[in-house]
Design a protein around this ligand. Structure first.
Ligand code: CP
Ligand code: NVA
Length: 302
């Protein structure tokens, strides 16, 4: 495993090993123990979009492991693929740093960086996927349910990057996901097909949120308007009416755990009382971004 670009590119064993390492490092961390396995190593962090969780958790994870993170805004380097081709950038960074993580619009950008850099490249979210989020999510689910196999997730909302990575992690780890989206916003057919080729019946698309939520172990949502789609916000808010996690929807599965990758738009995809409810494991999810990131960096860079 050189890079971490997509869940689909990892084997089930690689994913499970990463989860086990995340659990182990979290336990040690809680006892005040971290190791210096990345002393002298540098991670270049390229961000075309804003970030709180991903940026901070990678930056802090690097620091905790004794390494140095370097945060780069696109304008600092004249834009990714603008001042110079991505393949040149990748080969230059390859000679300076020990790893690259990138949050980009086009998924092709992280793929090109990985193709031309010999050092590990990590996908920190693209328009297509958000694999680090999906891994912290399943780490959190396993902590709360003691298992992953057979867990049923209802994803209510846009068939976006977060939904796609969740569907792939479900397929690899024998979980099930129903993705309930308004017409025109469903998870793409190819991802549904590919996850169902890994294990038949993994992903069920629907336009009915109540049907998705019924008997779900986890009810998950994400913003209706992702980064880069701000000009569609008004239309999306209108189109997604009825696809909100609220007290009514929770009646379909009253014991379900509520998840959200954050940032959350209260009153749109989720209500404030659901975020604050006893069912919510949203901040455990956020915390686990740090523990998973530490495990990933140790695995790829140490
Ligand atoms: N969930 C997540 O990736 O959050 P940020 O956009 O703040 O990194
Ligand atoms: N789907 C959201 C996730 C944010 C973490 C976005 O891409 O903006």
């Amino acid at each position: 495993m050189k890079d971490f670009l997509s869940i689909s590119k990892c084997t089930t064993q690689e994913l499970l090993d990463l989860l086990d390492l995340s659990d182990k490092l979290k336990k040690l961390y809680k006892k005040g123990k971290t190791d210096n396995c990345l002393a002298g190593k540098t991670l270049v962090m390229l961000f075309e979009k804003p970030s709180l969780r991903t940026r901070m958790s990678f930056q802090i994870a690097m620091a905790q492991l004794g390494g140095s993170p370097i945060y780069v805004k696109p304008e600092d380097i004249g834009g990714i693929g603008k001042r110079e081709p991505i393949k040149d950038m990748a080969r230059v960074l390859d000679r300076y740093a020990d790893g690259i993580m990138a949050r980009t619009f086009a998924h092709e950008t992280v793929m090109k960086l990985a193709e031309f850099a010999e050092i590990p490249v990590i996908n920190a979210l693209t328009d297509w996927s958000h694999p680090c989020q999906a891994m912290a999510d399943v780490m959190t689910i396993r902590e709360h349910f003691g298992k992953l196999k057979g867990i049923k997730i209802a994803f209510i909302g846009d068939g976006n990057n977060v939904a796609r990575s969740l569907a792939f992690v479900c397929a690899k780890l024998e979980m099930k996901i129903t993705v309930a989206s308004p017409k025109g916003y469903e998870l793409d057919d190819k991802s549904v097909l590919r996850t169902n080729e890994i294990i038949a019946g993994t992903t069920t698309p629907t336009n009915n949120p109540l049907q998705a939520a019924k008997d779900a172990d986890v009810i998950y949502t994400d913003t209706w308007t992702s980064m880069g789609q701000e000009d569609q916000k008004q239309k999306r808010v209108a189109d997604f009416q009825g696809f909100q996690i609220n007290a009514d929807l929770l009646k379909a599965s009253p014991k379900a755990k509520i998840m959200h990758c954050l940032p959350a738009y209260r009153g749109c995809e989720i209500t404030d009382d659901m975020i604050e409810s006893e069912n919510s494991i949203i901040f455990d999810q956020s915390e686990n971004r740090l523990h998973f990131q530490r495990a990933l960096l140790k695995k790829l860079l140490a």
